[in-house]
Design a protein around this ligand. Structure first.
Ligand SMILES: Cc1cc2nc3c(=O)[nH]c(=O)nc-3n(C[C@H](O)[C@H](O)[C@H](O)COP(=O)(O)O)c2cc1C
Length: 335
């Protein structure tokens, strides 16, 4: 397990007692785990309706980062991460669950899932590790060591992918890393050339939601690209996105909104298992919200499925602190 110690309130959830009587309080308690999920630019684009025995997971369209996510793909992936945390926590506290994706509900906000809970659930031993790591998991933007990821760790990560039509691939060879880097460099340069995107990023930085590590490494790469600096020298620096022994890629055969949410669930599971194994993860994914960038990656890597999540994986010192979260009360809708 990672040595990372939760420091601020939302991550101290494991010390809190599970409510024994009130069904609504129990469901709200489960949501404390859901909101610790990763999300694109830490937008936390989720809202919840709690009506026992059902929890509605809704999209908050105000939190869609339009410049980089015109279709809401990253929003769906982020909702999938929150959904997976919710399901793991539900199992841990003895609930069985049934998930209906994108149910037709008359509501001001779009529903991504209705999760209906019943007593009598349990957590498989491997999922217990995932539950234990929910408060420790964090995105790591720091320097990754050269140390290779052991084959048995890669098998353990593959074993958490149980969905049909969702595939996890690992890319180890330097030449393919270079091709990925070229796609990402071009995409970042385009992003920062767009005044709307720059404004949206600025607002998120001022709000404190965008991780400074991401900004520093992205700006460093753009500068290197513009100045035609030797890529290898730059990418040895701390935070350089592809400076890691391994790049992971989650792909789906179909590319609809359900598969996007499912890909988010798989990513969260992989990230939690990686945390259990002492591995660090950083998505390098924000460019894939745009079709042209996904097409460039498909062409560069000769892929035959849609790339949903791209991330680097390896050993690194933990980040010194977590990124902030909105309080639970502000993302639970009143009846
Ligand atoms: C769909 C998705 C895409 C993401 N893309 C990136 C990315 O391109 N670069 C990056 O540094 N982090 C990326 N992240 C990680 C978020 O920045 C991170 O989850 C958020 O800041 C919250 O921090 P935490 O994961 O440490 O809790 C992404 C996360 C998700 C769910």
């Amino acid at each position: 397990m990672s040595a990372y110690e939760p420091k601020i309130t939302p991550w101290a959830v494991k010390g809190l007692p599970f409510p024994q009587k009130d069904a609504r309080e129990q469901l709200l308690f489960l949501l404390r785990f859901a909101i610790l999920a990763p999300s694109i630019y830490n937008t936390q684009p989720w809202l919840f309706r709690v009506a026992p025995p059902t929890i509605g997971l809704l999209a908050n369209p105000a939190q869609r980062f339009a410049a980089c996510d015109p279709e809401g793909r990253h929003l769906n992936l982020s909702l999938g991460c929150a959904l997976e945390n919710l399901l793991i926590a539900a199992e841990h506290f003895g609930f069985a669950h049934n998930v209906e994706y994108f149910p037709e509900v008359d509501d001001a906000y779009p529903w991504a899932a209705a999760v209906t809970l019943a007593s009598g659930g349990s957590l498989a031993p491997w999922r217990q590790h995932l539950f234990d790591c929910i408060p420790a998991r964090h995105t790591n933007h720091r320097r990754y060591q050269e140390r290779p990821v052991p084959a048995e760790a890669l098998r353990a990560l593959q074993n958490v992918v149980v969905e049909e039509g969702v595939v996890l691939q690992f890319v180890e060879d330097v030449e393919t890393h270079q091709r990925i880097r070229e796609v990402l460099d071009r995409a970042d340069a385009q992003l920062f050339a767009d005044p709307n995107a720059r404004q949206a990023i600025l607002e998120s930085v001022l709000e404190g939601t965008i991780a400074v590590g991401w900004l520093a490494s992205t700006l460093g790469r753009i500068a290197a690209h513009a100045l035609r600096l030797d890529a290898l020298a730059l990418h040895r620096e701390e935070g350089a996105p592809l400076h890691a022994p391994l790049v992971g890629l989650i792909l789906t055969q179909e590319d609809d909104r359900v598969q996007q949410v499912r890909a988010g669930q798989v990513f969260e599971r992989v990230h939690l298992m990686a945390t259990y194994l002492g591995l660090s993860v950083q998505p390098i994914n924000h460019a894939l919200g745009l079709l042209s960038n996904r097409q460039a990656l498909i062409a560069a890597l000769h892929l035959d499925a849609t790339p949903q999540m791209l991330f680097r994986l390896g050993f690194a010192e933990p980040e010194p602190e977590h990124t902030p979260r909105r309080p639970l009360e502000s993302v639970v809708l009143a009846d």
